[in-house]
Design a protein around this ligand. Structure first.
Ligand SMILES: Cc1ncc(COP(=O)(O)O)c(C=O)c1O
Length: 365
């Protein structure tokens, strides 16, 4: 076999592929009843109406999807309150990440991030070969104060990407802070993947600001992590532009049909939101009751959990949880966090209780 390394791009060779669930296949060879509290998936499954619609859509699976996504955008329009001309659909909201680089960054222009935040943004920018600028929010609270952002902006800055509600911290950027960004002559992107759990959104700023794009996903509150469906909301001009950047047929027929049904099933969505909020409150309260454990207040379906004892070891704790059949995400040294952290997805009440029992044992040992 000949050497082909000269055919490859160095920054892609050096880049890291995001593979958060790669470990699972190995684990499931050992046992198949793990509580998956590591990926912010929905523990209750998709709406029964969405499931039925997906099954029926199999009858037309041999046909290309409607490339205008008329029905899907109409349903998203009703759900979001924005006209369909202001909505772009994607194969999960992460599909837009590449679009923000490919579609907007010229050579030597930079994207600015406000970590702690969602890892794929920086990973994909490295694969794209772009420059990242960081304006981290400081420990111990990681609250939003944008003075540091203004000091970090340079003539090279082209776009600012922020995640609110934030993953992994769980907090939202206050509108008073956010408003300061919108007058900048930059593209402002807000990832609102956890919007459905937060009861608050920055999307209304789209009415008066032409440089704002909001992305959301149905992977969380609607349980579409496996079906893959994200959407962006922006002004009509940017929506047309983004549609050109995103690959054609981003959403398959089965997912599109299921999404239309899921968006119409408000009863199921309300049930999900109520259960997740109750589970989140239970986790937050119980975790804060454990010694040397700090649960961050969350507007999402996960709880960032810090271990504050001087000898705390989040890796050891995660391994103990794993032995009890519970998978959480070890966040120590990741995403811009300083200290010992795990992130726990809100599961069913039985899973939440099992996680707490296991955690109690782990930190007592
Ligand atoms: C902030 C954030 N954005 C996007 C995603 C992924 O969304 P999707 O599954 O629609 O690509 C996640 C998933 O964990 C997330 O936390």
């Amino acid at each position: 076999m000949g050497d082909i390394s000269h055919l490859l791009k160095p920054h892609i060779q050096k880049g890291v592929a995001y593979s958060p669930t790669a470990l699972l296949r190995k684990l499931y060879e050992l046992r198949d009843d793990y509580a998956r509290l590591m990926g912010n998936e929905l523990p209750f499954g998709i709406s029964p109406q969405a499931r039925q619609a997906a099954i029926e859509a199999l009858d037309t699976a041999h046909l290309y999807p409607d490339s205008s996504y008329y029905e899907l955008k109409k349903a998203l329009s009703t759900y979001t309150g924005f006209p369909d001309t202001q909505i772009v659909v994607g194969n999960g909201s992460t599909q837009f990440i590449d679009a923000f680089y490919h579609g907007f960054l010229n050579p030597r222009e930079a994207a600015l991030f406000i970590p702690p935040d969602y890892g794929p943004y920086q990973l994909r920018l490295a694969i794209f070969g772009g420059t990242s600028q960081l304006a981290p929010r400081p420990p111990p609270d990681y609250t939003w104060n944008l003075d540091h952002v203004f000091n970090t902006i340079t003539p090279a800055t082209k776009e600012i990407i922020l995640v609110s509600p934030n993953n992994p911290v769980g907090n939202c950027i206050p509108e008073s802070e956010f408003k300061r960004l919108l007058d900048l002559d930059l593209l402002i992107v807000v990832d609102e993947a956890y919007f459905d759990f937060a009861d608050t959104s920055l999307a209304h700023f789209i009415h008066n600001h032409s440089n704002l794009i909001i992305t959301r996903t149905m992977a969380k509150a609607f349980g579409f992590a496996g079906l893959r469906l994200g959407y962006a909301i922006t002004n009509p001009e940017l929506a047309d532009y983004l549609t050109k950047v995103v690959h054609h047929f981003p959403v398959n027929r089965i997912t599109a049909a299921a999404a239309v049904a899921a968006l119409g099933d408000t009863q199921y969505l309300n049930y999900v939101k109520k259960e997740i909020k109750a589970g989140r409150e239970f986790l937050e309260k119980s975790l804060n009751g454990l010694p040397n454990v700090r649960a961050f207040p969350s507007r999402t379906n996960f709880v960032l959990t810090q271990f504050t004892a001087s000898n705390a070891d989040s890796n050891k704790i995660s391994q103990k949880l794993l032995q009890d059949g519970i998978i959480v995400r070890d966040y120590t040294g990741k995403a811009g966090l300083v200290g010992q952290f795990i992130r726990i997805t809100v599961g069913t009440q039985a899973q939440n209780e099992a996680c707490l029992d296991s955690l109690r044992n782990a930190i007592e040992q």
